[in-house]
Structures are given as structure tokens and as C-alpha cells.
Design a protein around this ligand. Sequence first.
Ligand code: ZN
Length: 126
Amino acid sequence: MKQINLYNLTYFNNQAHLNKLNRLIQIREKLMIHDIAIATGCEFQDAAIILFYLYNYYVAEMFLIVYHNKHLDPPVPSLVRKFLEGFPQFPFTCSVCEEEVVSSAQVTYEFMASLKETVEFISEKK
Ligand SMILES: [Zn+2]
């Protein structure tokens, strides 16, 4: 099990907040920024940092989810790309409605981390 120290994130110096985060990653294999923010009550900025820690510490693969703005309620992905493949080239064909998507104004992006090993978040002064 890999440990990731969140001491730099003040919100997670609180043991109850840290426990909520550790419970979340025990039950969920795929995580998005809003999942972390909702489950722990942290700011979206902190949640984004945590998501990228998972990637930087090699405990998660990172994906870019591309939503055609026509399918946001509920959100249905049009494309799922590996993070390193970067943003999609336009135009592309939406896999949901098969329309041609011609510009970034027609899409919404989200990052998703897919855990590949167990991890525990801690908060310890170095
Ligand atoms: Zn579509």
C-alpha cells in the first residue's frame, strides 16, 4: 500500500476529513474531482490536487472524459482518452449521437483517475 502525505493541504490536517477521503478511495475505483469534493467537503481545487497526486504517485491512471454538451444531464461521455493523449482534435464524431463535434465550445472536459493499487492518505508534518 502506498501512502500519500496531504500535510500541505490544510483541510486534510483534520482527521475526520482525512477519514472521509480514505473511506471514499476504499469503495471507489474511479474518481473524479467532484466525487472527492462531495465526499469530503473540500474545495474543488484541493480535490483536483488530490486527483493529480494519485497520478503523480503512479497509483492511478488518468483519463480525460469528453462530454458533448448535448448529453450532460445525465452526463454521458462522448470520448474517453488517456490523459497523455491530450485533448481531442476537432472535428470528431460523438459516440452518443453520431453528430460531428466541431469546436471546444461544444464540449465539456473532466478528469478521471482510475486506481490501480491501494493507497492511504495521511497527514504528517515532514
Ligand atoms: Zn452527441
